[in-house]
Design a protein around this ligand. Structure first.
Ligand code: ATR
Length: 273
């Protein structure tokens, strides 16, 4: 039985063991998946101990994604751009490979599960932190008409946009520069919802065809989603699908088998109220 685990701090309500155990069952893979809470500052020891005990791979959540990146010996392009890893593979030859599936998980949820094809669409992303960073390349790869990255600290948004400018039509802006032109997709990649705060986004970015997507999950109707609804957005979503889709990517990377995600997403979906 091959062993995998998720590590983070705190880890209290992690859905990853449920998700991966469901995938293992549906694909007939002989594996176990644990939750290992690590004390702050102890990622390396925790990962080493897990590897020494026969661990084949780890998922990594806050606050260890940067530590996991530093711990790896090889890094995918997605992990490099994010500067952070959310999955590690411990190979037989001693290599430790880092991946970051957060961005591709988000894009897959939007396109496959929510049915919004991103080609030629106008996309607005709020936030320029770690969550935004891992999503940029996967979004630009879909050929949007425009991708606007907005942040309170506009220098941070500009710097990030400049790093991926060759990959597609990305522009950086401040919240006060957003005009009245609505977007097809508005993504909240800020950490505001974790404190029930509202990013200063003008309601004009939402219209009757807009999908408003909150990257956080399990927070119900966040201030961002409430604003979107009030401003007439067509549809609201939270990040539960992204969570399951990034897990599916990691599972396929580790096991070479791609699990179906629909049933697991349905099992974890909480109505937004
Ligand atoms: P994460 O890894 O979740 O992205 P982070 O790297 O700390 O976390 O980044 C947090 C992001 O949320 C930043 O873009 C931050 O904006 P600033 O860079 O301007 O500070 C954004 N953020 C946090 N609280 C916010 C709020 N109340 N309104 C708007 N943006 C907010």
């Amino acid at each position: 039985t091959d062993r995998y685990a998720v590590t983070g701090h705190p880890l209290g309500h992690t859905k990853s063991p449920f998700i991966h155990t469901s995938f293992a069952r549906s694909t007939g893979q002989d594996m176990e998946y644990l939750a290992i809470e690590a004390a702050p500052g102890s990622f390396r020891e925790t990962a080493e101990a897990f590897r020494a005990s026969g661990g084949r791979g780890l998922n990594i959540t806050a606050p260890f994604k940067l530590d996991a990146f530093a711990f790896a010996t090889e890094h995918s392009e997605a992990a490099r751009l994010a500067g952070a890893a959310n999955a590690l593979s411990f190979d037989d030859d001693g290599r430790i490979r880092a991946e970051n599936f957060d961005g591709v998980g988000l894009v897959n949820d939007v396109q496959r599960n929510l049915g919004l094809a991103l080609a030629c669409k106008r996309v607005l992303m709020l936030g320029a932190g770690g969550a935004a960073r891992s999503a940029l390349l996967p979004f630009l790869a879909q050929g949007p008409a425009a991708f606007v990255l907005v942040n309170r600290d506009t220098a941070k948004a500009r710097e990030l946009a400049a790093r991926v400018a060759g990959a597609g039509p990305i522009t950086a802006a401040g919240y006060d520069e957003l005009g009245d032109a609505p977007f097809d997709l508005v993504l909240n990649a800020t950490s505001a919802s974790l404190r029930a705060e509202l990013p200063p986004v003008p309601p004009g970015v939402f219209a009757g065809h807009t999908l408003a997507y909150e990257l956080a999950y399990g927070k119900g109707l966040t201030p961002f989603l409430a604003l979107a609804r009030q401003a007439g957005a067509a549809r609201l979503a939270d990040g539960v699908g992204m969570l399951v889709e990034q897990a599916a990517e990691a599972f396929a990377w580790w096991r070479g088998v791609r699990p179906a995600t629909g049933e697991v997403i349905r099992a974890l979906t909480v109505p937004l109220a």
